[in-house]
Design a protein around this ligand. Structure first.
Ligand code: ADP
Ligand code: MG
Length: 302
């Protein structure tokens, strides 16, 4: 189990993280979400042991994670960290990068392992390509495969799919997260993309204003977002009679007590998002078709 206890940290006097507490079970997928600058990467770096802690404690099983003042080389064998920068060897092939930390003592096993991981990240066609000739998204996939090579017990992923295009993203997420579950690898994923989180995380931790604002399963937090900030992660929402409701929880009806004027319609794939003015506030309502600008509509909660 990973234990983060009473962790506070700042690069300077200014605080970045204040009294962070959480645990992760073996094999658990934990998503750390928050706006840019909220301290997600900092939290991953602290868990990895990149900085010395002044306040708080981090443990993986019985091992206390210590920073550079106590470790000549940063990091631990049981933990891998895929940073936002990837840190690959550009002049060697995808295969060589993925196998970098694997023993050369058993060349056949090594090759099998490399092939298996390259398949997980769907780079089969590029195994002999030099990394410098790959796109940003492909490099990110090489970094993922390399981190998995030595079967870490815990994997830290910093926005792992941010450079990967939408065509590949869905299947890659499923491959990687299913692989981690199947191998009971604990993972802590920093992200601001709800699609990295909703179908995969066991627990979501919401970072906001230096603190943990909420912690729970994606379903719990989605169904009962305690603050507008939490709701905003899941989609467009409104505050009607003091209650948070998502745009799909409102519907347009023939008549009701709630009357609004259509301002704009945005196509969102399955439906249209209608932006309307109600009581001098803007409301967002999901609807099956586009509506005419300036027309009156009535709406209610589902
Ligand atoms: P996130 O990953 O959520 O975008 P970061 O952890 O990168 O956030 O950054 C949190 C805060 O710490 C930001 O205000 C950022 O400017 C600051 N910060 C990050 N890295 C450093 C650093 N090496 N030195 C000083 N300040 C930093
Ligand atoms: Mg970051």
């Amino acid at each position: 189990m990973l234990q983060v206890k009473h962790l506070s940290f700042g690069y300077s006097k200014k605080s970045v993280l204040k009294d962070i507490n959480f645990t992760a079970e073996v094999g658990e997928n934990i998503a750390i979400i928050g706006e840019s600058g909220s301290g997600k990467s900092t939290l991953l770096k602290l868990i990895y042991g990149e900085f010395d802690l002044k306040e708080g404690k981090i443990l993986w099983k019985d091992t206390q994670i210590l920073g550079p003042a106590h470790n000549l080389v940063v990091g631990y064998d049981f933990m891998k960290y895929v940073t936002q920068e990837f840190d690959l060897m550009p002049f060697t092939t995808v295969e060589e990068n993925v196998g970098k930390h694997l023993s050369r003592f058993y060349p056949e096993e090594r090759q099998d392992r490399v092939t298996e991981l390259i398949r997980v990240v769907e780079l089969d066609a590029f195994s002999k390509t030099k990394v410098k000739n790959l796109s940003g998204g492909q490099k990110q996939r090489v970094a993922l495969a390399r981190a998995l090579a030595n079967e870490p017990e815990i994997l830290l992923l910093d926005e792992p799919f941010s450079h990967i295009d939408n065509f590949k993203k869905q299947s890659l997420r499923r491959n990687v997260f299913n692989y981690l579950k199947a191998n009971s690898i604990t993972c802590i994923v920093a992200s601001h993309d709800r699609n990295d989180v909703l179908g995969f995380a066991d627990t979501m931790i919401v970072l906001h204003e230096n603190k943990i604002e909420a912690k729970g399963s994606p379903l719990q937090l989605y169904k009962n977002p305690e603050t507008p900030f939490i709701a905003s992660f899941f989609g467009e929402f409104n505050i009607i009679d003091g209650e948070i409701c998502y745009s799909h929880q409102l519907k347009i009806v023939e008549n009701s007590k709630l009357k609004a004027v259509v301002k704009q319609s945005y196509f969102n794939g399955r439906n249209w998002l209608i932006e309307a003015e109600y009581n001098s506030q803007y409301v967002f309502i999901e609807h099956v078709k586009k509506l005419k600008k300036g027309s009156d509509v009535y709406f209610q909660k589902h």
